[in-house]
Design a protein around this ligand. Structure first.
Ligand SMILES: NC(=O)C1=CN([C@@H]2O[C@H](COP(=O)(O)OP(=O)(O)OC[C@H]3O[C@@H](n4cnc5c(N)ncnc54)[C@H](OP(=O)(O)O)[C@@H]3O)[C@@H](O)[C@H]2O)C=CC1
Ligand SMILES: O=C1O[C@H](COP(=O)(O)O)[C@@H](O)[C@H](O)[C@H]1O
Length: 491
């Protein structure tokens, strides 16, 4: 049972009629209502520039909730109860005068103020300044911004500076929604609550690590945004590097936001720069062509709605990251992520080194390393592959690899796993920053990713094509095979 808080909050949601707000944020707020976690008197101000008033926007939101909340979890009475908290304000975010209406909406409440910018990052600075000019924030205000922060290190610095002019770092909640996923948080529990793993978690015992975040979806009507970003800015700079940090970081002294973030920053700082001469062996970028998804034909990236047919933007990245410190020296982290892959699957595989002296059947030597498979989504859980003796009189000392299995839904009879945004909104209401990204993390991540993007640009090489519904360009298989390894397949 989650403990409710009695702090009344006012949430100003900029970009309230956009994709993120409608698909993720309002459903998450509805779920908090359903769980009884919104304090009496908490309110939401939906702010966007489309025509409409509170009644019409509530009707629109009701329909969206019906669309995006699972039918078994949708309760019309609860939806109306939640929507009664919502008002709509039509506003152009570039219009400073319009922001005085926000002050009028607030007056005379002393509810805690949360400002959520579900808008393009180019608007964060102007919204912050206009809020300040209209006296709509104080040192207790929490401001929430979405990833990606900028499109490179320089633009992220500009945005962070603009936010920093109005808010202190401890007021800024930079979202990386992967940090809100239960199973991602579980990495911290797995690593630091189990001494069994803690003592094995380094280059003495681990040969390599794989991180796969595969998506079966394509661009889903977001071509305008995605084409400027590409998979490296959309997924690697944030979600995948955050996963890498949680796997690679040293134990934090405690669970406080800064203890955890200090350790993540050390990992990002230690990432080996990928120089132009390393690109061929370390990085593969791909773009999907027509193929199939879920058994149905789907168009290629260049034929998606709104596409520019000459685009060289990547929809797939595979790369080999190396961390230059004592713990991880010589242990590659192979990461891959892409759109229109065969399935939605996020998993991390820790490949342990074999025993120092092998005494079994030489033909079975390839089996002789333990693997820990951490399934982030779907089918959340973990599986430790261990070796046992094959049973039977005729088997001698033949080995067999089998799993020690922990599927969360079966073992713990978990009710429902909350969506990442539910968790994150809840933590923002409580004012807890440990699941949010600090400025230096964002900037070190950009520094590393920028170098890869610069190398791509300088080489002028187009992305390698892969058919929708496959695991990316064959070059990504060659990349790992060259090191005598392969992407893990559960057989
Ligand atoms: N969608 C997603 O799944 C994810 C999105 N994000 C991030 O979240 C943020 C929002 O993304 P998304 O919801 O997809 O974007 P959308 O473009 O769908 O939504 C942006 C919203 O802001 C409004 N807006 C833009 N400019 C102005 C303005 N000058 N004045 C008033 N309203 C304005 C838009 O109104 P109008 O429609 O009139 O233009 C729209 O309501 C981005 O930073 C994105 O990178 C992060 C992770 C996932
Ligand atoms: O941030 C983003 O994440 C989604 C994938 O998130 P998931 O929770 O469904 O795994 C991705 O599709 C989107 O392009 C990206 O902006």
């Amino acid at each position: 049972m989650v403990q409710r808080i009695d702090t009344r909050c006012d949430l100003m949601l900029f970009g309230a009629l956009g994709d993120l707000a409608q698909r993720k944020l309002f459903p998450a707020l509805y779920q908090l209502e359903r769980a009884g976690l919104l304090a009496e008197g908490s309110r939401v101000l939906a702010i966007a520039r489309a025509e409409g008033d509170t009644d019409s926007v509530r009707r629109q939101l009701y329909d969206r909730l019906q669309q995006h909340v699972k039918p078994v979890e949708f309760d019309p009475e609860m939806a109306h109860r939640f929507l009664a908290r919502v008002a709509y304000l039509r506003l152009d975010f570039n219009d400073p005068e319009g922001f005085y209406a926000l002050g009028r909406w607030r007056h005379p409440t002393d509810n805690e103020l949360i400002v959520y910018m579900a808008t393009p990052p180019s608007l964060y600075g102007v919204i912050a300044r206009n809020l300040r000019a209209a006296s709509c924030c104080n040192e207790r205000t929490r401001v929430v911004v979405e990833k990606p922060i900028g499109h490179d290190l320089e633009s992220s610095r500009v945005i962070n500076d603009e936010l920093g002019e109005v808010y202190n770092e401890n007021q800024i909640f930079r979202i990386d929604h992967y940090l809100g996923k239960e199973t991602v948080q579980n990495l911290i529990a797995l690593r630091f609550a189990n001494n069994l793993f803690a003592s094995q978690w380094d280059q003495n015992h681990i040969s390599h690590v794989e991180i796969t975040v595969a998506e079966s979806v394509g661009i889903e009507g977001r071509w305008g945004y995605f084409d400027k970003a590409g998979q490296i800015r959309d997924m690697v700079q944030n979600h995948l590097l955050q996963l890498l940090c949680l796997i690679a970081m040293d134990p934090p002294a405690d669970l406080s936001a800064d203890s955890i973030r200090d350790e993540k920053v050390k990992v990002l700082k230690a990432l080996r720069t990928i120089t132009p001469d390393m690109m061929e062996r370390y990085v593969v970028r791909g773009q999907y062509t027509a193929g199939t998804s879920g058994g149905k034909p789907v168009p290629g990236y260049l034929d998606e709605e709104g596409a520019n047919r000459n685009s060289d933007t990547e929809t797939f990245v595979a790369l080999k990251a190396e961390i230059e410190n004592w713990r991880w020296s010589g242990v590659p982290f192979y990461i891959r992520t892409g759109k229109r892959l065969p399935e939605k699957l996020s998993q991390i595989i820790i490949h342990f080194k074999p025993a120092p002296h092998y005494i079994f059947d030489p033909d079975q030597k390839h089996l002789a390393n333990n693997k820990l498979i951490i399934r982030l989504q779907p089918d959340e859980g973990m599986s430790l592959k261990i070796l046992t003796k094959d049973q039977g009189l005729d088997k001698g000392m033949r080995l067999r690899q089998g799993p020690l299995e922990l599927t969360f839904s079966e073992t713990f009879e978990t009710e429902r796993i909350p969506d990442a945004y539910e968790r994150l909104l809840w933590e923002i209401m409580k004012g807890n920053q440990y699941l949010f990204v600090r400025r230096d993390e964002v900037e070190y991540a950009w520094r590393w990713v920028d170098q890869v993007i610069r190398n791509w640009k300088d080489s002028g090489e187009p992305p390698k094509r892969y058919a929708a519904g496959t695991w990316g360009p064959v070059a990504s298989i060659a990349m790992i095979t060259r090191d005598g390894r392969s992407w893990y397949e559960d057989v």
